[in-house]
Write a protein of this length. Structure first.
Length: 183
């Protein structure tokens, strides 16, 4: 049986709407859910194989989008949020009860400061931008995935139209390099 990359990818991608208005992300608690309001669509969305990102049960990858910090607002049960790893560059805010990451924020000087990282699958609204690429693909090996299965993983990404990288996409790597050269 083929490994589950992510529920939003396994059966093919659903194209998002070019005029998506945004929506509400909710944690997975049965009641008193943490709610985060997102204004507008994500700027880009991608699959991520790193060990830090929240993944749904059984998935090898997370799906992570970014939004401007000003477009995100915690609207319910903010007191339930806790930063997962205070030493990490991306301060991932997770619900202390269910463990779901609602958003990640970069507070220090960094090329992506000013962007929040979100998981749009936590929204009931449809039409969010679909993943555009897969990042940090070989990182799943570090988390216990058998290296012999990597061709199948990359093939599965390719079959749904996603390029796979062992870093970020070339355009995002160029943005990081440009920022670094200017600072």
């Amino acid at each position: 049986m083929a490994p589950s990359l992510h529920p939003l990818i396994d059966n093919g991608l659903t194209k998002g709407s070019s005029s998506h208005p945004g929506g509400t992300l909710k944690c997975q608690c049965g009641s008193n859910k943490v709610e985060v309001s997102i204004k507008g669509d994500v700027l880009h969305n991608h699959a991520c194989g790193c060990s830090k990102c929240w993944k749904p049960k059984g998935a090898l990858f997370s799906v992570v989008g970014v939004v401007p910090v000003d477009n995100l607002k915690v609207t319910a049960n903010e007191k339930k949020l806790k930063i997962v790893d205070e030493s990490a560059t991306i301060q991932r805010h997770a619900c202390q009860e269910c463990g779901v990451h609602l958003f990640g924020r970069i507070e220090k000087d960094h090329p992506f400061k000013g962007l929040d990282f979100v998981h749009v699958e936590l929204s009931d609204e449809k039409g969010w931008q679909e993943p555009q690429f897969a990042a940090f693909v070989s990182s799943i090996i570090e988390q216990g995935f058998d290296p012999k299965g990597m061709d199948e993983v990359r093939g599965k990404f390719k079959s749904v139209g996603l390029e796979s990288y062992d870093c970020l996409s070339p355009a995002l790597m160029d943005a990081i390099a440009t920022y670094t050269a200017q600072h």
